[in-house]
Design a protein around this ligand. Structure first.
Ligand code: ZN
Length: 250
């Protein structure tokens, strides 16, 4: 299946739903999790920082988590050609929803409308109080860290704070999940980019799109469990594939 054929499908479509994973951000310099130089491959202990049980139990993990948030690449890196291609897809009036597993906000930074983006794993720019549920800004919390608080607590109730990302052991937001499933069902072309499609809810969304009769396009460097059911599988770098298949602004 060639890039040209996929581009023709997208040209002909009114509604394209896109699902992105870590592979879209690696070209901006944000490491993925499970790849050869991924965060969890290099340091198996790193997964503890996104595990709610370790986080709640261990003040040392929380202290180091705040330092990691302050140093996270998301604050400094720029969107890449893949992000910009998806902005163009919206400008062409074809982007239904952009569902992402990424927490780095790079789709919005590139210019995709925030109300089109569904962040199934949340994002790093907010802070949630585990006691009262208040949501505040990460920037403000990091200012407190910079001022010497190693594990800042909720200013309203004194509760424990964490980023508004979804940790292991936490539920995904049911509203975001519902909208994601609706978007997967309501499209003519479903494009999964830079994701291994092995982690829930990724796999479920591909199933929804397939059952709804959408053409499914997978762009990923490594094989996925859905390759044999996809209408097209593209192995090239996502920063090259996406610009090629979304075409130009009209
Ligand atoms: Zn609170």
């Amino acid at each position: 299946m060639t890039l040209t054929q996929v581009r023709d499908w997208i040209d002909a479509a009114d509604k394209v739903t896109v699902f992105t994973g870590a592979g879209v951000s690696t070209e901006s310099g944000i490491p993925d999790y499970r790849g050869p130089s991924g965060t969890w491959t290099v340091d198996p202990d790193a997964a503890k920082y996104v595990d709610i049980d370790y986080y709640v139990r261990d003040p040392e993990i929380r202290k180091r988590s705040w330092a990691r948030r302050r140093d996270h690449a998301a604050w400094t890196v720029e969107p890449n050609a893949a992000h910009r291609a998806l902005v163009r897809l919206e400008e062409r009036g074809k982007l239904n929803r952009l569902i992402t597993q990424n927490i780095d906000g790079l789709h919005q930074k590139a210019g995709t409308s925030p109300d089109r983006v569904l962040e199934v794993h949340g994002n790093i720019f907010g802070v949630l109080c585990l006691k009262c549920g208040a949501e505040t800004s990460m920037r403000e919390a990091l200012d407190r860290v910079d001022a010497g608080e190693e594990d800042p607590q909720c200013l309203d109730c004194g509760g424990m704070l964490k980023s508004t990302t979804v940790f292991f052991g936490q539920s995904l937001d049911p509203v975001v999940l519902r909208h994601s499933a609706e978007a997967a069902a309501d499209c003519e072309v479903f494009v999964a980019v830079g994701t291994s499609l092995t982690v829930y809810p990724a796999a479920g969304l591909v199933d929804v799109a397939l059952e709804a009769g959408a053409r499914v396009v997978i762009c990923n460097a490594e094989p996925t469990p859905f390759d044999h059911r996809a209408d097209a599988v593209l192995r090239e770098r996502v920063g090259e594939v996406l610009p090629a298949i979304v075409g130009q602004t009209a």
